[in-house]
Design a binder for this molecule. Structure first.
Ligand code: 2P0
Length: 353
């Protein structure tokens, strides 16, 4: 472009993450902070990721956003988008350079949007990372960019690091020098991506349809109505967070898998305890649960663990040495999308008699 009005650009990609201890419930809607800690595995960059380009120029008349090639008109006025753009601008190495420039953002997902595969996590993580790269943003304290990503989408803060990443609930009283509250509601890396290289995630796309209850709306109803959620926040999550961090650091798949499955089950129980209830899993999802338990029982150990987010798709955690066996097992029951059936029960195949 001509030198008087250059277009600055940065492109980054961010992977999705899949929570083992789930975030479900907001404590402070304005700052998008959670009712409980959560922790997830960040997947690697090969498959499930968002690729985002951020551009800035004096020639741009307004901020604009394109998702998968289509412009999201008005999206640049949304609270989530503004929190990310304005938050990163404030950390720019040279804030005066960017202050009056408008931003264009184009983002692609390599997986179904809004089908419970954490597309918003990868999307907002990539947005914040692209803006940070574009403007050479500098954190004034470790984790600050994750507090900005969290305001885009809660789970996004965990995708800014690889490996096993916790999101701390934080506290309203803790603020940064500029006065932003909840400064400690940030992501913290528990173990990096090289810690447990044998760990694998197998994604089973049960449906790529858009979910009918958004996470934001669903968790708001859960906070208002579910007594099980209150029990979970007070009594269950703190203990589970400690146990699963230990399990991950010790590469104890038995404990890691059991805690992951139990927490998925409790999250979906909270959904059922919400009034009116929310159903994300379907009959195929539940059949996969039964197959996993039957397989682990037959093996005499936990070789695979399921987890489900706000949708019917299964994420199976397993170890490299079992990934072919797990794939073959699932292909046996679900030979092709066209013949996938809810009738496949897990009996018969594992009978050792
Ligand atoms: C999680 N989920 O921890 C949980 C498990 C869904 C089930 O984070 O309102 O899209 O944008 O902060 O992060 C989905 O909620 O919600 C989610 P917002 P988000 O991964």
């Amino acid at each position: 472009d001509d030198e008087s009005s250059p277009i600055w650009m940065a492109t980054v990609s961010a992977p999705t993450n899949i929570a083992c201890i789930k975030y479900w419930g907001k404590k402070d809607a304005k700052w998008n902070t959670p009712t409980n800690d959560s922790v997830s595995v960040t997947l690697d960059q090969k498959d499930l990721r968002a690729v985002t380009t951020a551009a800035a120029s004096i020639k741009f008349e307004k901020d604009r956003l394109w998702l998968n090639g289509e412009e999201e008109v008005g999206a640049s006025d949304s609270k989530r988008f503004r929190a990310c753009v304005d938050g990163v601008k404030a950390l720019a190495a040279d804030p005066s350079k960017w202050k009056d420039l408008k931003i264009h953002v184009s983002s692609y997902n390599t997986f179904p949007t809004a089908a419970g595969l954490a597309s918003s996590a990868a999307g907002y993580a990539a947005l914040v990372a692209a803006l940070a790269e574009l403007m050479s943003a500098k954190e004034t304290y470790q984790g600050q960019l994750t507090t900005i990503a969290r305001q885009g989408s809660g789970s996004a803060c965990r995708s800014l690091y690889g490996g096993f990443v916790a999101w701390k609930a934080g506290s309203a009283e803790v603020s940064t020098e500029g006065g932003t509250p909840w400064a400690d509601s940030m992501a913290v890396q528990i173990a990096d991506e090289n810690h447990w290289p044998e760990l694998r995630a197998v994604i089973m796309v049960v449906s790529d349809e858009k979910k009918d209850t958004s996470s934001t709306a669903g968790m708001s109803t859960s906070v208002a109505t579910s007594t099980l959620l209150q029990h979970r926040i007070a009594k269950v999550v703190p203990e589970r967070m400690a146990s699963i961090e230990k399990a991950f650091l010790e590469k104890d798949f038995e404990s890691f898998g059991e805690l992951t499955m139990k927490d998925s089950n409790q999250f979906h129980s909270v959904c059922a305890d919400t009034y009116p209830p929310i159903f994300y899993m379907n009959d195929v999802s539940r059949t996969i649960v039964r197959i996993v338990h039957a397989y682990n029982k037959w093996a005499g150990e936990t070789r695979v663990a399921y987890t489900y987010d706000a949708g019917p798709n299964a994420v199976l955690y397993t170890l490299e040495k079992y990934v072919v066996e797990v794939g073959a097992l699932m292909a046996h029951y679900f030979p092709s999308p066209a013949t996938a059936t809810t009738a496949a029960a897990a009996d018969g195949y594992f009978n050792d008699s």
